[in-house]
Write a protein that binds this ligand. Structure first.
Ligand code: SF4
Ligand code: SF4
Length: 321
């Protein structure tokens, strides 16, 4: 509840409480489904490869978020800068989520950092994952996460749900690993009009929701990270970015610190009606909670972001920005 009121305060001040920063354009991987390097990720004709790299913490100073997501490219290629940025963010009282592939060792000193969540993307069982995400193979990940407290993030694709028992096997393997604290499962989110092999059908989504609700009882590391309300949202995603709490309270910047990625971190024209983003589902689930006075949190955020936008407009005009 305290987090909701802090976020509410930021929105009323005309600021998005979440900041998502693509800290680098560099990545040693070449995932076939990568959205970060598509031609329209940032805007028509502007791909991520044209931008220079992240150089500091200016954005955080300017936007004063309460939560920062650091994504890439592969953020670990900037591990020296992160050695300074991560403790600085923690010292500012900011919660940081760092999303990496773990293709290279995770610095030891990050294991004790407060307010830091390290998320490793692991897309399926070893044969499929290694084929997609070499050099961030299972073998390397297993070696590099030892001594850390890791959140696994897997994006579920159609190929995975077509094999009976695939998700269960995945959950068994990673639940048993002592370095894993919790498990996040997103659903593949296509761009509008996309018909790739990764896209789930409505029937696939319904089946995944049913399975995840069932697996929560078997896998506490899944249950801890994914409440029933969140999983249920996958069966009824937002209709558009206007209906997405996550998109409304998050500002996403690409690696030059100036260009914004819209409408959310996926960029381009994502198909919200087929969205399986865990952040969007999580915030929609939070939005359905009722405050003590009986009002839904989501309705309060909606009204506040309208007021906040006006406050920011006035502030910027007065400040001549
Ligand atoms: S690790 Fe991320 S940025 Fe790199 S290729 Fe894969 S999806 Fe793209
Ligand atoms: S997170 Fe999902 S619902 Fe929200 S804007 Fe992006 S694609 Fe749409």
């Amino acid at each position: 509840m305290e987090g909701i009121f802090t976020a509410w305060g930021r929105i009323l001040a005309g600021r998005a409480p979440n900041l998502s920063v693509e800290i680098t354009r560099k990545c040693p991987l070449t995932c076939p489904g990568c959205y970060a390097f598509t031609d329209d990720h940032i805007g028509p004709g502007e791909s991520h490869r044209q931008l220079s790299d992240f150089k500091g913490a200016e954005l955080v100073d300017e936007h004063k978020p309460i939560h920062v997501s650091i994504v890439g490219g592969e953020p670990l290629v900037r591990y020296r800068e992160l050695n300074e940025v991560l403790p600085w963010l923690a010292g500012q009282g900011i919660h940081t989520q760092l999303v990496i592939s773990a293709a290279r060792p995770i610095p030891e000193e990050w294991s004790g950092l407060r307010r830091l969540q390290v998320v490793v993307s692991i897309d399926g069982l070893q044969p499929e994952h290694d084929a997609w995400r070499t050099p961030a193979t299972y073998d390397r990940i297993l070696k590099h996460i030892v001594g850390h407290e890791i959140t696994v993030h897997c994006t579920i694709t159609r190929q995975q749900v077509q094999r009976d028992g695939y998700l269960e096997e995945f959950l068994q393997i990673w639940s048993a690993n002592p370095a894993i604290k919790q498990l996040y499962l997103s659903l593949y989110t296509p761009q509008i009009g996309e018909m790739s092999e990764e896209c789930l059908t409505v029937a696939d989504c319904d089946r995944v929701v049913e399975q995840l609700l069932y697996y929560r009882a078997q896998f506490p590391k899944l249950a801890r990270a994914m409440p029933e309300e969140l999983i249920s949202v996958y069966a009824e995603p937002p209709e558009s970015p206007d209906d997405c709490v996550f998109a409304k309270i998050t500002t996403c910047f690409s690696a030059d610190l100036e260009k914004q990625v819209t409408p959310c971190q996926l960029g381009g024209n994502p198909d919200c009606s087929r969205c399986g983003c865990i952040a969007s589902a999580g915030l929609k689930a939070v939005g359905r909670h009722r405050l003590p006075m009986g009002i839904e949190v989501g309705k309060v955020f909606d009204g506040s972001s309208w007021v906040g936008a006006r406050v920011r407009q006035v502030t910027e005009t007065v400040g001549g920005r």
